[in-house]
Ligand binder design. Structure first.
Ligand SMILES: [Zn+2]
Length: 308
């Protein structure tokens, strides 16, 4: 396999809050910094590859899980901490350079440069959702970072984050996420493509080589993506799962980052079952390095085995 580490460095184990951003709240979490985070991983797919661009590794704290029993936490998180990360995926399909999400804005531009891509050369950005740790790399100093990119977001997602009535109904501290999302919509408005994804069983092609999948709950318009090339498929689950070590075997357990925890849990269970049936390799935005793995069935149930 042509898998390789661009940087074989130790993961930074700085203690951090769980992955993702609090539901309905602005970004208020620590983030890892430094070269230990600049991790890139290449996964061959048909005639192309999926490239993980890490925006930082961190550790997930099980306190982010809502309603997980002590037994479950002890069984799946015996050390009290689990691996987590902020991930972006780079795709090169049909001559287009595509990124899926943009992380926190830590290392995206420098990691793209290591792949020989300037911000001007990014053609398409696909967003899973508009939490701050996914749109943070799209803006710098109030300007868009990717001047030529077409930005794809589900219509439901944009509808939520631009809804002033919802924003104003929330405490001030929870309104900042809306302001950040609105700034992105404004900055990219002439390059914005809104769409409505279908359920996983009826998914349709959004752009050549990529299908979109409705996966609402974590946020109202959360979208997963299926990448296809040369007869091979790769599924990007975004934040369908924030805490893989617990939520893959127990999709019924939400995290406090889920805006609608009930809907998120139903969606998680539904799509996980489909993924297991399909036997797909999956990537997630908070899956620790290399950000991707395979679903396997163990004595404990379904689990995510990270690629080596
Ligand atoms: Zn997230």
């Amino acid at each position: 396999m042509r898998h390789y580490l661009t940087f074989t460095l130790l993961l930074c184990l700085a203690s951090l809050q769980g992955c993702g951003q609090k539901a309905n709240q602005s970004e208020n979490q620590s983030q890892t910094q430094g070269q230990n985070d600049e991790l890139i991983y290449h996964y061959p797919l048909g005639n192309t590859e999926v490239v993980l661009l890490s925006d930082g590794q961190n550790t997930g704290d099980p306190s982010v899980l809502v309603g997980a029993s002590e037994e479950i936490v002890k069984e799946f998180v015996p050390t009290g901490k689990a691996g987590s990360a902020f991930n972006i995926f780079l795709l090169k399909l049909n001559g287009k350079r595509i990124i899926v999400d943009s992380g926190m804005g830590n290392h995206l531009v420098e990691n793209l440069a290591k792949e020989g891509i300037s911000p001007e050369q990014v053609d398409i950005i696909l967003l899973t959702h508009m939490h701050g740790d996914h749109i943070g790399g799209l803006m710098k100093d109030g300007q868009r970072v990717f001047p030529n990119a077409q930005l794809y977001i589900s219509e439901k997602e944009v509808g939520y984050w631009t809804d002033k009535a919802i924003q104003n109904s929330l405490p001030e501290g929870q309104q900042r996420g809306f302001t950040g999302a609105q700034a992105v919509v404004e900055a990219y408005q002439d390059h914005l493509h809104l769409f409505t994804p279908n359920e996983v069983e009826q998914m349709t092609e959004l752009i050549p080589g990529v299908k979109s999948i409705a996966s609402y709950g974590h946020t109202p318009g959360h979208t997963c993506y299926l990448v296809e090339n040369g007869g091979q498929r790769f599924f990007i689950w975004g934040d369908l799962i924030n805490f893989p070590t617990v939520q893959v075997p127990h999709p019924e357990i939400p995290t406090r980052h889920d805006i609608d925890p009930v809907q998120a849990s139903v969606t998680r269970a539904h799509i996980l079952k489909w993924l297991d049936q399909q036997g797909l390799t999956v990537g997630g935005m908070h899956v620790p390095y290399p950000g991707m793995g395979k679903l396997i069935t163990t004595q404990r149930g379904l689990e995510l085995e990270l690629l080596k």
